[in-house]
Ligand binder design. Structure first.
Ligand SMILES: [Mg+2]
Length: 378
């Protein structure tokens, strides 16, 4: 049995510029801020990442909350202590409510550590199969329809086969119709990031005519009642994203016929262990899942792709956008994912299996904090 022990963990508040502003129903972003963890154990360096935002729009967690919870709550019972399994690590925060992105980032350090100690990739540790994962792109809300159509055309020319567009009231039926008119029967889906309300049900029901792969999270995350009502009026399957924040919520939504597909985001559900549990539950009931993405770095991308090789992941993962619309300031070289068409290579080397440029990571950090048994700022 491996002994999992970290003696120090450094938190890095990272800012990365995006090549193009990305607009969803919640607003537009031109740069992403998130938290990277760099842990040390003997001669090994391991990484974790909380790809949340500076502001609590997508999730209630932020860079600031993740920073505080990791330094003050999650790390103190871990540093300098030995654990026999990831499960034992996770038990240390059993009584901590919420803060799933923070937990996922810390857990990730130990998955990377376990993989490096045992000489196994995260894919092997999780039990995934296959060398590649199919990815799709996600296209932001655009004021300029010409640019919008050009972005989609570029993705299709690169071999992407699943196109997702972000929608909101006033930007839904028309862009979907435009896409069908220009590109015919491509695999198309829409994601509302919970932008609609029960009063929009009649309007949402009309989107059925676009014959989408799925409609993702149209209504507020906890509103299973109206998701169920909408599901009964649509042929298009409903998918939960923001609403699928743990296994219990997924069980409720599926049992209640409020969704037919589940988007699993590793951070949102509190880490790879929880993500696998949701996958296993859905797979046993033949509920398709797929791997969602929040823009971050290749650290989280590597383990998310590993997760997406489990057998229940039946739709393309969301990781195409960062590969097609080149994101600036990489500290993980994206060529390590060797894209061919819509297929992305899953890292096979031990741990997360990608090389991190630490000098670049340090340069992109707005602040850093080194946590040991006695924490001090560097
Ligand atoms: Mg989504």
């Amino acid at each position: 049995m491996a002994t999992l022990r970290l003696d120090q963990v450094e938190l890095l508040h990272v800012q990365r510029r995006l090549a193009h502003p990305f607009r969803i129903s919640l607003g537009a972003v031109t740069a992403r801020e998130f938290v990277v963890l760099r842990g040390r154990a003997d001669n090994l360096v391991v990484y974790g990442e909380a790809n949340i935002d500076a502001r609590p729009f997508y999730a209630s967690e932020t860079v600031a909350t993740v920073w505080d919870i990791i330094t003050e709550v999650l790390l103190p019972p871990l540093l300098g202590r030995s654990f026999g399994s990831i499960e034992e690590v996770c038990q240390t925060w059993q009584s901590v409510r919420g803060h799933d992105y923070a937990k996922a980032a810390v857990e990730h350090l130990y998955w990377d550590l376990l993989g490096q100690i045992q000489g196994e990739s995260i894919q092997q540790l999780l039990g995934g199969q296959g060398e590649t994962v199919e990815v799709g792109t996600s296209h932001s809300i655009q004021a300029d329809t010409q640019t919008f159509l050009q972005d989609i055309e570029s993705a299709l020319e690169l071999g992407i086969r699943r196109i997702k567009i972000k929608v909101q009231p006033g930007w839904d039926d028309q862009p979907l119709a435009m896409i069908r008119e220009h590109f015919g029967e491509i695999t198309l889906m829409a994601d509302a990031n919970a932008a609609y309300l029960p009063e929009h049900l009649d309007h949402l029901a009309k989107l059925d005519r676009h014959e989408m792969l799925m409609l993702e999270q149209p209504l507020p995350s906890l509103d299973l009642v109206h998701h169920r009502e909408l599901a009964s009026r649509l042929n298009t399957p409903l998918c939960l994203d923001e609403g699928a924040h743990d296994l219990s919520m997924v069980e409720n939504a599926v049992t209640f016929d409020a969704c037919k597909i589940v988007n699993i985001k590793v951070g949102r559900v509190g880490g790879l262990s929880q993500a696998k549990r949701i996958h296993d539950w859905c797979h046993a009931r033949q509920i398709p899942v797929w791997c969602g993405r929040r823009t971050g770095s290749g650290i989280s991308m590597a383990s998310e792709l590993a997760l997406a090789t489990l057998p229940g992941f039946r739709h393309p993962a969301d990781h195409g956008i960062e590969l097609v619309q080149e994101t600036l300031d990489h500290f993980v070289d994206i060529t390590q994912f060797h894209r061919a068409g819509a297929e992305v290579r899953v890292p096979v080397e031990p741990g997360i299996g990608v090389l991190v440029d630490d000098a670049m990571l340090d340069r992109l950090s707005l602040r850093r904090l080194l946590c040991e048994s006695s924490t001090h700022q560097i």
